[in-house]
Design a protein around this ligand. Structure first.
Ligand SMILES: C[S@@+](CC[C@H](N)C(=O)[O-])C[C@H]1O[C@@H](n2cnc3c(N)ncnc32)[C@H](O)[C@@H]1O
Length: 298
């Protein structure tokens, strides 16, 4: 279940996972990705590509980080539509924060968006870099890249490009970026350490990142794992916040700061399916799912 994915993430050297439970690791709506079992990093990535490929093709925004099965809930309460550069066609409601808010992007900057989806944050970043800057989105899902490139074409931007690549092995040169942003992607990546080290590599010395992502605090009771995933999404591959920050420190990032931390509450009725009133109180004290936006410098 979730722990299988988390153990996989945190114990990635062994590259093992409980294959019997990895339908949960796909963070799929039921039936979205079929009856999949995965035992390697490659398998997990194939599940993610399939999932986001389908979302890009149907573009209804009901993705991993967006909604409950009934489509009524959005983690991403931050409003994009007031932002300069916002392009509705690029907003598939897949984000879990607003990384550009704290990214200190300046005119002329080179910005790289890791896991750029349909380009939502790229177009917002482009409004800040202006024409003299450059924005590069990296994603490994073909249908997302197609959508993002079409969006850039429609908007007439020639300094926003989308590159196909795995963020564990970014096809960009070192010391390229003034700013790296990312929105709700690292939780999906099996080898977070490798992906963070790649983010570090492509940043110029002294440059910085602003990343929004889902993290956990405390242990999620087994009985609740499935409902939490269906309700909040993006939980299966999320790791403890302290571990997340430690991985960033291990890559050499400095001045780490959580710029925003938003609790994602599981509704009482979801909890009540599995826990008694006293257990619910204890659960609310001991466990949390959070959307964070974290800043750090190379
Ligand atoms: C939750 S969506 C977020 C998309 C976009 N950041 C947004 O906020 O709209 C995750 C995106 O990350 C991409 N992705 C996941 N793992 C990746 C990896 N290892 N390398 C490149 N892209 C990845 C998926 O294809 C998908 O487009």
């Amino acid at each position: 279940m979730l722990n299988a994915f988390n153990n996989y993430n945190m114990d990635n050297k062994q590259k093992t996972a409980d294959t019997s439970t990895l339908e949960q690791a796909s963070c799929c709506d039921p039936g979205c990705c079929g009856d999949t079992s995965a035992s390697t990093s490659t398998d997990l990535k194939a599940i993610v590509k399939e999932k986001y490929g389908a979302i890009a093709e149907r573009s209804d925004g009901s993705g991993c980080c967006s909604s409950t099965p009934d489509g009524t809930y959005s983690i991403m309460a931050d409003e994009y539509d007031e932002l300069q550069g916002y392009a509705p066609d690029a907003d598939l409601k897949l984000g879990c924060g607003l990384p550009t808010e704290f990214a200190k992007i300046k005119a002329g900057d080179t910005v790289v968006d890791l896991g750029s989806g349909a380009g939502n944050d790229c177009f917002v970043a482009r409004a800040e870099t202006g024409e003299s800057g450059q924005v590069i989105g990296v994603d490994f899902t073909d249908a997302m890249l197609l959508k993002a490139r079409n969006n850039a074409l429609k908007l007439g931007y020639n300094n926003v490009s989308f590159v196909k690549g795995d963020i564990e092995d970014i096809p960009l040169p070192e010391n390229l970026a003034d700013v790296v942003v990312s929105n709700c992607v690292f939780n999906l990546v099996p080898d977070k350490q490798k992906a963070f080290s790649e983010a570090h590599r492509i940043l110029k010395p002294g440059a910085h990142f602003s990343i929004s992502d889902i993290v956990l605090e405390g242990d999620l009771p087994k009985a609740l794992q499935k409902d939490a995933e269906l309700y909040a999404g993006c939980v299966a591959g999320a790791i403890q916040m302290d571990d997340y920050l430690q991985l960033l420190r291990d890559q050499g990032f400095k001045q780490l700061e959580i710029q925003k931390k938003k609790s994602i509450e599981l509704p009482r009725e979801v909890l009540a399916n599995h826990l008694g009133p006293k257990q619910i109180e204890a659960f609310n004290q001991d466990f949390g799912i959070y959307s964070i936006t974290v800043y750090g410098e190379k």
